[in-house]
Design a protein around this ligand. Structure first.
Ligand code: NAP
Length: 523
């Protein structure tokens, strides 16, 4: 069986001890094993800081952008091989695998272009300068400068390619070296990506490390110039927030966690209308894409009360059309969940939602999928609850079932709808399908503070938008509250996490002489 080694301190190193086994979730066959036990995490961190950091920080944004473009091209050349690994280790259909891998390639390319646009400089100017006193000689500016530490990236199991690349692209462009730790269960793809980037030598030595296996004592090695960007479940996030490095050593932490994303059909979304078709397509795709293992997947669906039965029937029809099976079979449209543990968690989650007073299962459920004795399969599941405002319905707004599972619920008016959506406690994205000139601005104001992103589905956008579930490099990713309060991507905005904003005050000509040559403010 293949042993996944970690890439640390400039070489491939195997851990010792009992390894974790990575499986093909469609067949339950073991594919590889990984252990990070006994790796020298201290040396890995020190090497990244000492070798990778100065090499990256010494390059201009434009030169860093070229590295990102080269990394994007290197992965594109191996796209088919990477798709195969995502199918085998992630249980992805070919379309799901492309979503992850093309997302990685595209985000690297987008940040490569951003680097070119930022030019031959190594710092960013933050807005316009100020004269803080009456003296015209005293001047103040804010500059963003690369932090001098290492960026540790801890990723979730569902996007081994995009998760690695989207975080790394932003850190590298900001001038920081990266040590990436993919979730162990699906690390095969991330491992191959790092192999490709190392083989092609597209990055300066020390810019990229990889830990295959548990994070071990990695975080214990971190200090005040280092950062941790985490994506995963809320409980792990709580553990990390309490870690000594975060609490006592000033390590910066970004958290991307769970979200009970809402999709809303406006009153104008009548059956047969373009906006209704857009809503149905997006919602059905978002429930089933990657077998629902997407942080941005739709979990709660809100429709006008008078339409509840019709919309539920249309959606159930769409979902029932899924073909569940091994994604190596091209006819399959819904692959397995990624691990046995995920399947057990999804089954338990469906049971929990179904036990909510007033909730009923319209389609699917927690039972085994007939005819599929091996593999971690579940059926697409749609629940309905007629009284989502009841206190007894809290579970539907709080429990994230990380699979192809969603609940459809009614609303009466815009104000009541906003209250219902907010019960999710802060989300990554909410989508609103309506061209109603009053409802759209009303909901943007009411829901904006509770979300990192709002997707406005309009009839005029039909066929021209990737939908709410696709995270775009140019726009913020991350939401408040239970979503972790993180901020990733969003062009230059994402880079701020990896940089220090420093106020420079002094004699005006001296301060102005320090400004980056492209003096356009970054934000
Ligand atoms: P998870 O169990 O929290 O694991 C996430 C990562 O944390 C894995 O790499 C895991 O490593 C690592 N980890 C676990 N315990 C750790 C510790 N004590 N110290 C350091 N690292 C630790 O989450 P998951 O099951 O992989 O992912 C599913 C969750 O992620 C869902 O809740 C989903 O909503 C969320 N998610 C959020 C986003 C977003 O952008 N907001 C995106 C994707 C997923 P091992 O695998 O080695 O245990």
């Amino acid at each position: 069986m293949l042993t996944l080694r970690s890439y640390v301190s400039g070489s491939w190193q195997a851990g010792s001890g009992v390894p974790a086994v990575l499986e093909n979730p469609a067949t339950e066959e073991p594919l590889a094993q990984a252990s990070s036990h006994d790796l020298n995490f201290g040396a890995a961190v020190e090497y990244a800081r000492r070798v990778g950091g100065p090499a990256l920080a010494g390059l201009s944004f434009s030169a860093r952008g070229k590295l990102l473009s080269a990394a994007s091209k290197a992965l594109y050349e191996k796209r088919d091989e990477l798709i195969g690994l995502a199918i085998d280790n992630g249980g992805n259909t070919r379309g799901d695998a492309k979503f992850d891998i093309d997302g990685a390639i595209g985000t690297l390319a987008a940040y490569g272009e951003l680097g070119a646009s930022l030019g031959e400089t190594t710092s960013l100017r933050d807005r316009e300068g100020v004269q803080p006193t009456r003296s015209a000689k005293l001047w103040g500016e804010h500059l963003w400068l690369s932090r001098a530490g290492v960026a540790v990236h801890i990723n979730a199991f569902n996007f081994p390619a995009w998760g690695l690349a989207e975080k790394a692209a932003v850190a590298w462009l900001a001038g920081m070296p990266v040590i990436s730790k993919p979730a162990t269960s699906t690390a095969l793809l991330a491992h191959r990506i790092v192999e490709i980037l190392v083989e092609k030598a597209v990055l300066p030595p020390g810019s990229l490390g990889l830990i295959c296996g548990s994070a071990g004592s990695l975080l214990d090695q971190l200090g005040d110039q280092d950062v941790v960007a985490f994506t995963g479940g809320s409980e792990t996030a709580h553990t990390l927030r309490r870690h000594r490095a975060i609490v006592e050593c000033g390590v910066r932490l970004n958290v991307e966690a769970d979200s009970l994303n809402a999709a809303i059909l406006g009153p104008d979304g009548e059956t047969g209308s373009e906006v209704y078709d857009l809503f149905l397509n997006d919602v059905a795709r978002d429930i089933t894409q990657k077998t629902g293992q997407k942080c941005t997947a739709v979990r709660r669906i809100f429709v006008p009360a008078s339409r509840l039965a019709d919309v539920a029937a249309d959606l159930a029809d769409r979902l029932a059309g899924c073909r569940i099976g091994n994604p190596r079979d091209e006819a399959t449209t819904l692959g397995p969940l990624s691990t046995r543990a995920q399947r057990e968690a999804v089954r338990a989650g469906i049971a929990q939602l179904a036990a909510t007073p007033g909730a009923q299962i319209l389609l699917g459920g927690a039972d085994a999928v007939p005819g599929l004795d091996r593999g971690y399969f579940v059926r697409p599941t749609l629940l309905r609850c007629d009284d989502p405002a009841a206190s007894s319905a809290a579970t539907l707004h709080r429990v994230e079932v990380f699979g192809p599972v969603a609940t459809i619920m009614p609303y009466d008016d815009g104000a009541g709808l906003a209250q219902l959506v907010r019960r999710g406690g802060g989300g990554l994205v909410a989508s609103l399908y309506s061209d109603d000139r009053h409802l759209v601005p009303q909901l943007v104001m009411a829901l904006g503070p509770y979300h990192g992103r709002l997707f406005l589905g309009s009839a005029r956008l039909s066929g021209q938008s990737p939908g709410p579930g696709t995270v775009l490099p140019q726009l913020n990713h991350g939401g408040p509250g239970r979503a972790g309060d993180g901020h990733e991507l969003g062009g230059v905005r994402g880079m701020e996490f990896y940089m220090q904003r420093c106020a420079i005050q002094g004699y005006k000509p001296t301060v102005e002489g320090l400004l980056p040559r492209s003096s356009t403010p970054a934000t």
